[in-house]
Design a binder for this molecule. Structure first.
Ligand code: AMP
Ligand code: TRP
Length: 333
């Protein structure tokens, strides 16, 4: 039996993109053979300044959403990263294993820092070392992520290999990415060439998992499209990113192929298509939002779920990280 680990930053409200691209998959993985550990990575979140009250609220909100989507604390471990100190301790060791040159090559750092490289936090630079520690602290070997995280997983493998080599051990296993399909990528409702993102300044660009039926309906009605009718084949959508995105969402949410969707709507304008899309989205998303609000109504119970999760997580990570500390030569505590 292998162990699966994944993490999500508790910043902003999860979008339909997070749900279709990641969270839905986590729920499916939980049905399989492997142990699942799911982590709200609040330590990653503060690599960019977060308002403390907002971070607390968003961590609970993300926990509530994961539970509402079907993460079952009886079958998976769900907790917040900062509650298990093993992450920080192993991350420090990895800071001393990873090389400057490796981190300088990380495209996500280059994207996020942009021209501002001298001004961003040093945490943002070593972010991938903490991510490697998240995974290796559990000896997890399967990591479901979007393809934007692939480079970080390669780095985590390089770190494990160098650690094993430097200390003459075979302690950290190789990680196998479980990369989610391209079709799981949801694009912005305002610009079909950009990813739907919880950090986009325009709320109209995304469906939040907590949006009401009215909001979903309104956002889909206003979603950017073009004037041509829907074609009868996918090839004709190549140059129409907004239309392709909506067809992709429709297909995913109704469990069809994009081809089946086009078969049904070929030749029609966007009006009827959009109203059916909104209906399907509302049927899917609204109950999740309602359950999320129920979990949020009982903060004490929610915090208890996270505390129990952290305890279960620490029971796995603590001996692994203690052994890593012994291997590097730290005296026992
Ligand atoms: P983020 O919101 O960037 O912290 O991403 C959290 C998880 O959701 C990662 O696994 C991402 O790959 C996934 N994700 C984020 N946005 C999208 C999107 N628009 N489409 C598909 N997956 C996404
Ligand atoms: N960096 C990941 C993201 O932004 C989140 C993350 C942190 C993660 N630690 C992880 C994902 C460990 C998988 C495994 O999506």
């Amino acid at each position: 039996m292998a162990r699966i680990f994944s993490g999500i930053q508790p910043t902003g409200i999860a979008t339909l993109g997070n749900y279709l691209g990641a969270l839905r998959n986590w729920v499916a993985l939980q049905e399989g053979e492997d142990d699942c550990v799911f982590c709200l990575v609040d330590m990653h979140a503060i690599t960019n300044f977060q308002d403390p009250a907002a971070l607390r609220e968003q961590t609970r909100q993300m926990a509530a959403l994961l539970l509402a989507c079907g993460i079952d604390p009886a079958r998976s471990i769900l907790f917040h990263q900062s509650a298990v100190s093993a992450h920080a301790r192993l991350a420090w060791i990895f800071n001393c294993v990873a090389r400057m040159g490796w981190l300088k090559r990380m495209t996500q750092f280059k994207d996020k820092a942009g021209k501002n490289q001298e001004e961003v936090s040093t945490g943002l630079f070593v972010y991938p070392n903490l991510m490697a520690a998240d995974i290796h602290a559990y000896h997890a070997t399967k990591v479901p992520v979007g393809d934007d995280q692939l480079q970080h997983l390669e780095l985590a493998n390089d770190i494990a290999e160098k650690f094993n080599h430097d200390y003459g051990v075979t302690f950290f296993p190789r990680i196998e990415p479980l990369i989610l399909k391209e079709s799981a990528r949801v694009m912005s409702l305002r610009d079909g060439t950009r990813k739907m993102s919880k950090s986009d300044p325009s709320d109209q660009s995304r469906i939040n998992m907590t949006d009401t039926a009215d909001m979903i309906d309104q956002k889909i009605r206003k979603a950017k499209t073009d004037t041509a009718p829907l074609p009868d084949n996918l090839h004709d959508l190549v140059e129409r990113p907004e239309a392709r995105n909506l067809v992709g969402i429709f297909a995913t949410i109704t469990g069809q192929t994009p081809h089946q969707v086009l078969n049904h709507f070929a030749g029609s304008g966007f009006g009827p298509f959009k109203s059916q899309l909104a209906e399907a989205l509302i049927a899917h998303v609204e109950p999740i939002g309602a359950r999320t609000r129920e979990y949020l109504d009982d903060t004490a119970a929610l915090d208890q779920i996270l505390r129990d999760g952290a305890q279960a997580a620490a029971a796995i990570a603590e001996p692994i990280v203690a052994e890593a500390e012994r291997l590097v030569g730290f005296l026992p505590r």
